[in-house]
Design a protein around this ligand. Structure first.
Ligand code: F6R
Length: 612
């Protein structure tokens, strides 16, 4: 989705804007642009279609000299990717970049055209520029004009605005789209996401929905859009170092992030495992002991990969805490007047904490009286802010669009939550909890062994099957969401058609896909579903599929029956997904790399999906 960066300081703005935009590339984009206040009271705009290097080439030929500016990467919503639709958009003295969607754009366009505005692009953003420009014409200063304009807009947006006649400031605002402010000595920044600003500062302010701010070299003054009242937003110190957001010698961020998972899990578990008492330190979970026993139902809300983590979470919550649990695609939850309310615990799972579908679904559940718990990776993002409590994963910044380390850290939080609830509800005894707590403590080392120990074999399999037209992933029970996740990873970065299926469901349809050309990856760790998965494996073999198994080490039957076996350590059943998913992530990565696709920024995808 679109990215915004802004700089008001004493150094040159353009290099900082480009660098920040580069750090937001992972969000996905199809054009980019910058605007800088230059000598003589003017603002110059440069825009280019395609990758940032095209914009840089233009800036190289005609540099923009000035210390105040805004930049943008655009992911097309209104109007195709083109230079005229790229941001920044200009109307009179006003220059705007915008992320999100203005819902009342049709009525607004008609109104502005009636007043004589000449609208050059198909975008909703240009309308914002014209509206602010009219307010300036009416005698308002930049801040007043932006405030007055925003009161007439509906939708989800983050914007940054310059005025040719006020060269020392940027006015920003947000409603349901991410925007952070970075504070430095004599310099202030804004950005769509923390990583864009990390090399420059760790002092951040997270705006609330309905906030606007004036950024000057002296800092940021935040007010409410509607009332104009001052809003004091505490400064937060972000402890992700900029180095963590670099590739660290790996060819792609995704490969780095796959390898980082043991560390990400260690960071996520730190301070939370109570090994002495076979329990979880649950203070961040935001539930009281009474809540733990009184909750009658859990509803998990999520999208995409986070939805697969949520599906795994349902097993944990049902098995360990014995709570009836449903899992909902957030995009399907809204609009059907879901039955949810007091007594329900709604858990919104989202790495970015900004996914609009999940945010809106959680808001609806909250409005209906449910208790909302967020599981998110980005501190201070919208979903945790909306929730009653946030139980953060500590994966560090995830840059590859395809989620890997955020997924496994979500599993860790869901499992810890289920153990904590199970202990309080009397459904998980001390011995059972001890096995899991000790298992969690050991899992980072076992994950490292799987990544390092299987990557060569998985790379060879990827090479062998890279031209396969279809790939099937099968699993039962805890391996079913992992089969779905394996298929999603392969689809999104290598563009190979893949299906994840509950192994027992295969005979009801997808078995028709199998022939000697189709690799079938069967997840069959030694768990309660093993025997039945084994039967399904034989059904697939009988159709001459190219069988690959992900199996527990020492499983002779797997070795006898499947051409290739990727081995994982034997772990307590709830921990198997932490290991089985790793070779699937690697498989998707290597197939994509052999095919030469854009692994970290696959076509059409965005890291943070802020449209419905
Ligand atoms: C796939 C992927 C997406 C996200 C989905 C939800 O690799 O990353 O499917 O999982 O867009 O995003 P979050 O977790 O940020 O809510």
């Amino acid at each position: 989705m679109c990215g915004i960066v802004g700089h008001v300081g004493s150094e040159q703005a353009a290099p900082v804007l480009i660098d920040g935009l580069r750090r937001l590339e992972y969000r996905g984009y199809d054009s980019a642009g910058v605007a800088v206040h230059v000598e003589g009271g003017d603002v110059k705009v440069v825009r280019a279609v395609g990758k940032l290097r095209n914009l840089e080439a233009q800036l190289g030929a005609a540099p923009l000299v000035g210390t105040v500016g805004i930049g943008h990467t655009r992911w097309a919503t209104h109007g195709r990717p083109s230079e005229v639709n790229a941001h920044p958009h200009v109307a009179g003295p006003i220059v705007v970049v915008h992320n999100g969607i203005i819902e009342n754009h049709l009525a607004l366009r008609a109104r502005l055209e009636e007043r004589g505005a000449k609208i050059a692009s198909d975008t909703d953003t240009e309308l914002v520029a014209h509206l602010v420009a009219f307010k300036v014409q009416e005698g308002l200063d930049l801040e007043g004009a932006v405030r007055a304009a925003l009161r007439e807009l509906h939708g989800a947006y983050a914007i940054a605005v310059l005025s040719k006649s006020e060269p020392d400031r940027i006015v920003v605002a947000k409603s349901s789209s991410p925007l952070v402010i970075g504070l430095g000595e004599g310099v202030t920044y804004c950005g769509s996401d923390v990583p864009a600003l990390l090399p420059y500062t760790r002092r951040m302010i997270f705006l609330e929905d309905g906030d606007m701010a004036v950024l000057t070299r002296a800092g940021a003054s935040v007010t409410r859009i509607e009332t104009g009242e001052r809003a004091d937003r505490a400064e937060k110190i972000i402890d992700w170092s900029a180095v963590m957001a670099e590739k660290a010698g790996f060819k792609h961020f995704m490969l780095k992030e796959i390898h980082e998972q043991p560390r990400a899990i260690e960071d996520t578990l730190r301070g939370r495992l109570d090994r002495e008492n076979a329990d979880i330190h649950g203070h961040e979970i935001g539930l009281t002991e009474a809540d733990a026993t009184s909750v009658t139902r859990v509803v998990l809300l999520a999208c995409g990969t986070s939805h697969h983590a949520a599906m795994t979470g349902r097993y944990y919550l049902e098995q360990l805490a014995k709570i009836p649990t449903t899992v909902e695609l957030a995009s399907e939850f809204r609009g059907r007047d879901p039955i949810v309310g007091p007594g329900d615990l709604v858990i919104a799972v989202s790495q970015s904490g900004e996914t609009l579908d999940t945010l809106m679904a959680a808001r609806e559940a909250k409005d209906k009286g449910a208790k909302i718990l967020a599981i998110a990776n980005v501190i201070g993002s919208a979903i945790p802010r909306l929730a009653h409590a946030a139980f953060y994963t500590h994966a560090g910044p995830e840059i590859g669009v395809a989620s890997t380390k955020c997924f496994t850290t979500q599993l860790a939080n869901l499992l810890m939550l289920a153990i904590w609830l199970g202990r309080r509800r009397g459904t998980l005894d001390a011995a059972g909890a001890r096995e899991l707590v000790e298992g969690l403590a050991k899992i980072p080392v076992q994950m490292r062994d799987v990544v390092i120990g299987t990557r060569q074999l998985v790379g060879n399999l990827a090479k062998r099957y890279r031209d396969a037209r279809d790939v099937l992933f099968l699993g039962r029970g805890l391996s079913f969401p992992i089969a779905l996740e394996g298929a999603l990873k392969l689809k999104e970065i290598s563009y190979v058609h893949a299906e994840g299926y509950a192994a027992g469901e295969m005979k009801h349809g997808p078995i028709a896909l199998i022939d000697s050309q189709v690799p079938v990856i069967v997840l069959m760790p030694k768990d309660r579903w093993y025997e039945r998965t084994f039967s399904n494996l034989q059904e697939a073999m009988a159709r001459e599929g190219q069988m690959i198994s992900v199996a527990t080490e020492g499983d002779d039957a797997a070795h006898r029956l499947t051409q290739d076996v990727v081995e994982i350590a034997s772990v307590p059943e709830p921990l198997t997904p932490f290991l089985t998913v790793l070779p699937l992530q690697l498989y998707a990565y290597y197939v994509a790399d052999f095919k030469g696709t854009d692994v970290d920024q696959p076509r059409n995808l965005a890291k943070t999906v802020t449209v419905e």
